[in-house]
Write a protein that binds this ligand. Structure first.
Ligand SMILES: Nc1ncnc2c1ncn2[C@@H]1O[C@H](COP(=O)(O)OP(=O)(O)OP(=O)(O)O)[C@@H](O)[C@H]1O
Length: 354
């Protein structure tokens, strides 16, 4: 039983384990928890008090959620953090995907360790204004599966919030695992006293993914976390014609690679066309995609990010998609989303932007 929570097996009209009458009221008679409640210490959970103290130096807390795995939630969290850091904000990125931490790789921090000082655990820094914390830094072997039950995961999340010394932060971005499970309930419960700005939900355009987004929105409503908006990722494949690696002719199941031939022809006859961006829908969005779902559910739609092989490469290499202007199609889309978020929710921060 978490401190303060009414246990599932409690009697009707349970006064709550924190109440002065816990274990002593009429409603407690015959309850299996009566003795524990009557003798347990009362008052606020000291860990929650410690978390509130730590979080007092963090201005904005953002959760990044997704209904399904593999839709690009960690990629978005990483690039959002890079984008905010590039605006000279002080940014922390906390990875609470305990069983599948991909943030260290996506920030180019594989193999790094966490250090401890008398102030607490030090995040691993990409740059002086972008710190990262993840269980990925604590695993002796990255190939080893983390098989933990809920209470142990919750314990680590609590420790991350209580013991990491972030210093003054403008933004703490929290990358959660997919779905709505123990980790989500814990992070919301632990942070609620200090306030969460809200959640950004990442999805792909097809119905199968959107059904789960509806569950995420419903989860946020139930636990009182505002939905800052929904991002539709992998929204069509977009890349310059010249970057296509394979242009094939298919006949009777046989493929013939015509890439060089087509490129040669275009270089000669229409070189300007090589810079055209080819776009094709990969996932079915005929149902209206995330934008329609947002209208139906009354939550903001933040924008679409295309499937961009260069973004995948940037994530593999742990780099920002905004650097070197390589992510031609995804970087502007992500930039627009960040600008939209800043305008809607953090316009007061923008006035202080350098
Ligand atoms: N817009 C995109 N274009 C190209 N590749 C992308 C895009 N978004 C994500 N990817 C790639 O898709 C893969 C899955 O992304 P990611 O790990 O961010 O998903 P996730 O939702 O966090 O998954 P999980 O929750 O299961 O960890 C990664 O290899 C990532 O680089």
């Amino acid at each position: 039983m978490e401190n303060g929570e009414i246990p599932e097996n409690a009697n009707e009209h349970c006064p709550g384990p924190q109440s002065e009458s816990a274990g002593k009221s009429d409603a407690c008679q015959g309850c299996p928890n009566q003795e524990v409640c009557a003798t347990a210490p009362k008052g606020p959970d000291p860990d929650l008090v410690a978390i509130a103290e730590r979080m007092a130096t963090v201005k904005h807390k953002i959760l990044v959620l997704s209904g399904k795995g593999g839709v690009g939630k960690s990629t978005f969290s990483a690039q959002l953090s890079f984008a905010l850091a590039a605006k000279d904000f002080q940014v922390g990125l906390l990875d609470i995907d305990i069983c599948g931490p991909s943030i260290p790789k996506m920030l180019g921090l594989e193999g790094q360790d966490i250090h401890q000082s008398n102030l607490g655990w030090s995040p691993v820094y990409v740059e002086s204004n972008l710190g990262v914390m993840s269980i990925g830094f604590m695993l002796p072997n990255p190939d080893e599966a983390v098989i933990w039950r809920g209470p142990r995961k919750n314990g680590l999340i609590k420790q991350f919030l209580k013991d990491v010394y972030w210093g003054e932060l403008d933004f703490l971005v929290v990358d959660a695992p997919p779905g709505t499970s123990d980790e989500h309930i814990s992070i919301v419960q632990f942070l609620q006293a200090t306030g969460i700005d809200g959640a950004i939900i990442v999805t792909t355009p097809q119905q199968v993914s959107l059904i789960d987004v509806r569950k995420e929105v419903s989860f946020c409503k139930k636990v009182g976390v505002p939905v800052l908006g929904v991002v539709e990722n992998m929204s069509g494949l977009c890349q310059p014609l010249k970057d296509f690696k394979f242009l094939k002719m298919m006949e009777n199941g046989e493929h013939t690679d015509l890439t060089e031939k087509v490129m040669e022809y275009m270089r000669e006859k229409a070189p300007e066309m090589l810079d055209l961006i080819a776009a094709s829908e990969v996932f079915d969005s005929s149902g209206g995609g995330a934008a329609k779902m947002c209208t139906e559910m009354g939550v903001p739609f933040l924008g679409k990010v295309p499937l961009d092989p260069q973004l995948c490469k940037a994530a593999e290499e742990g780099k920002s998609c905004f650097a070197e202007q390589k992510c031609l199609t995804s970087a502007p889309a992500l930039k627009n989303i960040v600008e939209k978020l800043m305008t809607i929710y953090w316009s007061e921060e923008m006035s202080g932007e350098q």
